[in-house]
Design a protein around this ligand. Sequence first.
Ligand code: FES
Length: 361
Amino acid sequence: MAKFHTLKVSDIKRETKDSVSVAFEVPAELKNDYKYTQGQYLTFKKMMDGEEIRRSYSICTSPIVDNELRIAVKEVEGGKMSPFLNQKLTVGETMEVMTPMGNFYTEVNESNRKNYVLFAGGSGITPINGIIKTILAVEKNSKIKLIYANKNEFSVIFKEAIENLANKHENLEVIYVYDQAPANFDDLHAGLMTRQKVLELVEHHDAINNTDEFFVCGPTPMMNNITDVLQNLGVDKKKVHIEYFTTVLDDIAKEEAKSKPSESDFSGTASIKVILDGDEEEFELDANGDSILDAAIDAGLDVPFSCKGAVCCTCRAKVMEGKVEMDMNYALEEDEVEQGFVLTCQSHPRSERVVVDFDQM
Ligand code: FES
């Protein structure tokens, strides 16, 4: 089960004017807990102004290539955790860090001969950097196209590292797109990643035919445009890995999602059993009340969570008995849902008895 531990900051590197990467020292006794897969993320918690703030940031390193655990963080104006990590955190300080989570990855295998297309927007490069390094190290016969959109040349995170990789590996092609492009850029590679721009880019760079897997991570409007274009071009959804880092919906849309009509006619009070770290706890919950996660927190359980917005999957648990319904899901894959996994921050009981197990992986 995902757990917080105290880790010491071993290095901080300024990547761009408004982003840093932060590496953590993992003590020998926690090495197994912090084993990760490329593309996963870490969740941090910190008391700030009397309030516990939790945020998740993607790991930018590769478990195969790099001998360290490092995240990258872009400073969000008006944010809390990202300005702290960018401006105040110092080497040697400690942070409360949850063990790695997330499913934004594919299994790599040296016998694979795949074509990958990866779309990154701004700090969306963070998980993609680890994915690229891992594929290049393991799958010598696979090909990668990275379409990397940024505001301008100076806001490109990991530019030098990515260029070094492209110089060293013929099977990595990097295509830059800038909102504010330099004069030597053609129109195709300048401007925002609108649907039209994405369509033109994938056609020009032959990024659809024979592509086995797509990865998409960046600002929500860009991601929506890319996934719409891929869908319209008939790309099978199962080939597309998506990682949202922020809540996808605004507050009004969230309320609408919460109040959407239930597919179940169960409307009473359910008895909920939560299994966490081998312990069991029971409480009652109204079908139209809080989420199972919030009710578990109110019951005093230290259940894992981060975004509470259906995007990070930190609150994932398996329904072992009974039925639940989720308001939204932008994090679980179809097959995980079929296996009974739910986002507990979005889940409401739809049967008299529900058992959810946070220990199931
Ligand atoms: S806490 Fe992020 S999806 Fe539930």
